[in-house]
Design a protein around this ligand. Structure first.
Ligand code: SAM
Ligand code: DTB
Ligand code: SF4
Length: 351
């Protein structure tokens, strides 16, 4: 491996090059990914974000993986846009358990003019709590993007989800180029981009490679790259999708880390179906962000205490944020450890 393997920010990846990354022996890939990771990050820090669904269900889009699509009957109770104060209460709770970023998601095709003022108040309020702010509201126009940036939104999450080639088998109500347009508005407005995809929808290795090529070949890499493992929800067309080989999922994280060396790669949805060993391997492959808190948007996520305990056993500390002292994280870890103290003997690498 040359020095340029570790330090160059490339935007010209070819399919052949990315296939070669994916298909090398597992240990070679992980070694390369971990080496790149260490050149850019503290390998023992993981960023923690908490998710909240601020508007749930009855979405007009037809994303085949999604429990919130109005096209499928998943038994999900639909809810209106939450009250601003209720969102701020949840954000304060997330901060108290050690999250540094609060991500608010809405099951919309795009925000409406009537909803925008409330959404902007949520951004301002969450920011005032000293948390980083992230929203995922669907497609944006330029004026909405500018308004969110003015309100202080740090990150906008808008996933490409899969390769351009496979995309039309998954979603027909929004085009790939509309997604790229929204990302370009977000970048132009000066916000950070969070964009990634989902594995386990029946995509090929080339689809995974082409998704990463789309992301890495953007003029600037997304600062945050969520890699989700499909959460199979009954009632969606993907409820019986075949399980992905866990090693192939780890390979995806490792290749994302190598292609976007300075981005946070998030081990996102699907952790409920992963054991601790797999999650540890994911961190070794260069994943350095998780969704933290008992719920994703509508489905379950590992208990916060369980995550802190895993961090502690691995000697990982949550990544600090300028407004967020390490003491908050330490308190969350100690709380998790106290719960375990009398019941188990374990090796705590963090103390
Ligand atoms: N409605 C907005 C949109 O799609 O742009 C924002 C919310 S949407 C739920 C955000 C992302 O969640 C999707 O792009 C998809 O990547 C992810 N997601 C949704 N359902 C999922 C599932 N069952 N498993 C894994 N990821 C999922
Ligand atoms: C992302 O990439 N994953 C998150 C977030 N961005 C918005 C959403 C995961 C949703 C999983 C299914 C659910 O809980 O509804
Ligand atoms: Fe709607 Fe987003 Fe779900 Fe697609 S992923 S159905 S746009 S909530």
């Amino acid at each position: 491996m040359s020095a340029s393997t570790f330090n160059t920010m490339r935007h010209d990846w070819s399919l052949a090059q990315v296939r070669a990354l994916f298909t090398q022996p597992f240990n070679d890939l992980l070694f390369q990914a971990q080496t790149v990771h260490r050149a850019h990050f503290n390998a023992n820090r993981v960023q923690v974000s908490t998710l909240l669904s601020i508007k749930t269900g009855a979405c007009p889009e037809d994303c085949k993986y999604c429990p919130q699509s109005g096209h499928y009957n998943t038994g999900l109770a639909k809810e209106k846009l939450m009250q601003v104060q209720a969102v701020l209460d949840e954000a304060a709770r997330a901060k108290a358990i050690g999250a540094t970023r609060f991500c608010m998601g809405a099951a919309w095709k795009h925000p409406s003019a009537k909803d925008m003022p409330y959404v902007l108040k949520m951004v301002e309020g969450v920011k005032a709590l000293g948390l980083e702010t992230c929203m995922t509201l669907g497609k944006l126009d330029q004026a909405q993007t500018a308004a969110l940036a003015d309100a202080g939104l740090d990150y906008y999450n808008h996933n490409l989800d899969t390769s351009p080639e496979f995309y039309t088998s998954i979603i027909t109500t929004r085009t790939y180029s509309e997604r790229l347009q929204t990302l370009s508005y977000v970048r132009d407005a000066g916000m950070k981009i969070c964009s990634g995809g989902i594995l386990g929808m029946g995509e090929s290795l080339d689809d995974r490679a082409n998704l990463l090529i789309q992301l890495a070949n953007l003029p600037e890499h997304p600062e945050s790259v969520p890699i989700n493992m499909l959460v199979k929800v009954a009632g969606t067309p993907m409820e019986n999708a075949e399980d992905i080989d866990p090693f192939d999922f780890i390979r995806m994280l490792a290749v994302a880390r190598i292609m976007m060396p300075q981005s946070h790669v998030r081990l996102s949805a699907g952790r409920e179906a992963m054991n601790e060993q797999m999650q540890a391997l994911a961190f070794f492959a260069g994943a350095n962000s998780i969704f933290y808190g008992d719920k994703l948007l509508t489905t379950a996520n590992p208990q916060a205490d369980k995550d802190m305990l895993l961090f502690s056993r691995l000697g990982i500390l949550p990544e600090a944020h300028e407004d967020h002292a390490d003491e908050v994280h330490q308190a969350a870890i100690e709380h998790a450890l106290m719960d375990q103290k009398s019941s188990e003997q374990f090796y705590n690498a963090a103390v």
